[in-house]
Design a protein around this ligand. Sequence first.
Ligand code: ADP
Ligand code: MG
Length: 278
Amino acid sequence: MASVSAAPSAAGDDTTAAPPPPGAAPLSATPLSATLIGAPLLSVEDLHAGAESAAGEGEILRGVSLEVGRGELHVLMGPNGSGKSTLAGVLLGSPVYKVRSGRICFLGEDITDWAPDARAKAGIFLAFQYPEEIPGVPISQFLRQAVAARRGSEVSVLEVRVQLREWLSRLGMDPSFSGGEKKRNEILQMALLEPELAVLDETDSGLDIDGLRIVAQGVQLVREARPGLGIVVVTHYAKLLELLVPSRVHILMGGRIVESGGPELAARVERDGYEAWR
Ligand code: ADP
Ligand code: MG
């Protein structure tokens, strides 16, 4: 398995890499290879994948290719069962799925076989479901560890508290962190972990219109703070796209991207459904 290093190696990246702006956090250090060859943020090449349990049969993704550049927001739409969540899971390295062929490159490195934590450390955002699942661990403690893992160095509790407070207020969250704020929590984690790429699967989250607005506004705020952040949002809510203007919209049917286009494609789906592609 490929190893990930948070710090670029000393070997000759100073000729092409621009010096970081003053005061910039060291979080967005990108792998050396990407700096050198200007690789896209994410490149998915002819990906075939199925469930890990169903050996050899039942291919779910049947040749998906997708390229996401820095600062771009891509939206994946498609009817139920078309493979959207599978694609999101495969991008994050979920052990539930197995890649049969094709590859996933992140900043020029082939990460197809990387474990989820290696992907997270390299800058791919994985949403953790908390606090429900980790009773007794204070949020700030949990986030401190997550941020430290992402940075590859220790972070002070104070620093995390300061950032946490700032993002809580920007996202309009209750500092007491009471229940029912799962979606905001996800956006909050995305803000604090400062990923290069975030994959958000909103399909099954049962969002009402207020929930959608929270997600859309939160994503927009984080994008403004981090213009280089690439985002892949899985949704079947065309409404979300009235609030969040995508760079590209992709229609997934039967495990393949059958059409890609601009925001007008989402409007077409809203109007006509998926009949045209069946
Ligand atoms: P979507 O998110 O677009 O609704 P999914 O990716 O969840 O679609 O599912 C695509 C297809 O793959 C469905 O037919 C689903 O039943 C099947 N599938 C998804 N996950 C698994 C799994 N872990 N084991 C077996 N089949 C699965
Ligand atoms: Mg799904």
